[in-house]
Design a protein around this ligand. Sequence first.
Ligand code: GMT
Length: 378
Amino acid sequence: MKIGIVCYPTFGGSGVLATELGKALAEKGHEVHFITYQQPVRLNGFHANIFYHEVRVPTYPLFDYPPYELALASTMVDVILNHDLDLIHAHYAIPHASAAYTAKQIVKQKTGRSVPVITTLHGTDITLVGRDKTYEPVVTFSINESDAITAVSENLKAETLKHFEIKKEIQVINNFVDVSRYNKKPVAAFRQVIAPHQEKIIIHASNFRKIKRIDDVMAIFNNIHKALPAKLLMVGDGPERPVAEDLARQFGIENDVRFLGKQEQMEEILAVSDLFILPSEYESFGLAALEAMAAGSVVISSDAGGLGEINIHGKTGYTAPVGDVENMSQHAIALLKDEALLKEFKHNAIAQAKLFDIHHVIPVYEALYKQYCRTGNC
Ligand code: GMT
């Protein structure tokens, strides 16, 4: 099949998922066309079946707000027509689903062909931004106009139905991870640099936005640090980073906290981790936690959104109500102090990640595409 993937190219979970999906589809022989404003971060190296089409937004003195959505829709039309795409898969509703709707109408008018649009809802497009009155009518319309709608967790499906008037079935297709890539032996030299005295290694990775509750991450680590020798690796970047740096200094733990910035090779970093902290206010799924589990890290998370669907309380780690720093700290300390229990939970985390392995999920997307693909390529 010839598949157009529209996504955000940045480090966020929706872009990562879309890129990994495209790469896996290309590996299986499909022709994949990424359409976005920048080379997606995980799209590195050459693959004969992968094409990248950059959306350029010309500036003009009149445009206080450059019309990205129009440029995206026009680029989609161009790619659909010139590469004879079978379908468009839009990741994140805003503005991808509405731009895909526009492109579809233009192609229909030009050629009479109706190109299927599949929209995957990822989280904040529904729970935060999409619900805002400024966007809601367009989001509702473009979701309903999609030929198929998928959500990355049962929780996100429920949230979507609760807040939007959706007239179509939403299929849950969980996010996935390539367990074979993450389940690596830790690089001894890297571990030695980070934790020279065999300290436990704790990781948090996110876009450092308010919703991630970075202050909780720091408070939980501070409690862990008081109880046992430990190091914290903060991966990613975003508006709350200065807050985290301030807190590290206030707690006097700045020498045991490393801010690594945005990282592409998460599998290398996660390979040395013992425990992953994700105390978010909301996560539709928590792909970062799943990747950590695939690398054999136990997870201490909030029970918000879809997190409980992947992090099984008392088995792969622990979940606690949002903001319950004490609860999360005590569970983390108990686990880190008990080598046998930690080993058992790490084993469980890998087993749980295997349920979300890429090899189970790609065929589900392929089957969905086949349902809508109407050309000779299908
Ligand atoms: O909040 C983020 O981490 C970024 C955001 C995005 O849209 O890229 O992530 C959302 O989609 C991911 C992939 O489906 C999910 O794993 C994240 O849980 C979700 N974030 C939220 O719901 C806050």
